[in-house]
Design a protein. Structure first.
Length: 277
């Protein structure tokens, strides 16, 4: 998701990979230390998948006789969640907007308001979230509703990661001479196989485990649980293929800055050579 900001970085070929590695390291450290702290503060029987953070802060503040800090932290967390939601909404919608202007989505999706915000994409996102909210009717509790949406999100992201890692390896062989501002491994493809292989296997393992209902939450009927996950994955994965098969040349915005994919460049060259011949 952060890739949409690469154009805003000075010397992106050098600085963006550094930012990604530094950000990944900081994220791992924060999550590991945070999880470790919660495991120390909260008794095992009180660990909760959705409320452990608030329970951890509450227990800690009670221990230091500062329970009045709990509401303040709760409000701060609410603002943090809101900021996270705004980022998650804005990031993907900007990516979809850029792809849409390149001709991969209908003109309706490419429309913006007077300040350039991709309004119709945000409307579609809002409608999709509203429909997903109806799952609350078939789930036994709020926690299970939240959990199934979280796991569906994780599954969809893991599909993208598996495609990304596998294609990174494949492109080393299909596009050997392509210019690469940043390259993993100075010579050969061994390091790419190592990193890409580890990433793919880790994503695949997490993908399989994400379908398993959590034991700490009452998920109700397992048939409903698996049906929601499988149908959600099928719909979201199939939609891009259907849209791509239906795309038209008139969908392309003449002002787009989206560079064509490598297979499109090859096709254009082949058509030009055929015309000249």
């Amino acid at each position: 998701m952060g890739g949409i900001h690469v154009k805003d970085v000075d010397n992106p070929s050098k600085n963006y990979p550094k930012a990604v590695f530094i950000g990944a390291l900081i994220t791992v450290v924060i999550f590991v230390l945070g999880t470790f702290a919660l495991g120390i503060i909260i008794p095992e029987k009180d660990i909760n998948l959705t409320q452990s953070l608030l329970v951890g802060f509450d227990n800690y503040f009670k221990y230091i006789h500062a329970s009045w800090l709990s509401p303040i932290i709760a409000i701060a967390l609410a603002f943090g969640v809101l900021a996270g939601v705004l980022t998650w909404v804005a990031g993907p919608s900007k990516g979809i907007f850029a792809v849409g202007k390149a001709g991969y989505l209908p003109p309706f999706v490419q429309k913006t308001n007077k300040i350039g915000v991709q309004k119709n994409i945000l409307y579609i996102q809002g409608a999709a979230v509203t429909l997903l909210s109806l799952l609350f009717v078939v789930m036994p509790c709020v926690q299970s509703f939240y959990q199934i949406l979280s796991q569906l999100t994780v599954i969809l992201y893991l599909i993208m990661y598996m495609l990304m890692f596998s294609r990174a390896i494949a492109l080393r062989y299909k596009m050997k001479k392509a210019g690469r501002p940043f390259r993993i491994g100075k010579g050969g493809n061994g390091l790419m196989w190592l990193i890409g292989g580890l990433g793919f296997r880790g994503s695949l393992l997490a993908f399989v485990l994400s379908f398993i209902p959590p034991s700490q939450i009452s998920t109700g009927n397992n048939t409903v649980w698996f049906a929601v996950l499988f149908i959600g994955v099928i719909v979201v994965v199939a939609a891009p293929f259907i849209i791509y098969a239906s795309k038209k040349a008139s969908w392309v915005d003449p002002n787009t800055e989206f560079e064509p994919f490598h297979w499109e460049v090859k096709n254009d060259v082949s058509e030009t050579n055929t015309t000249k011949a």
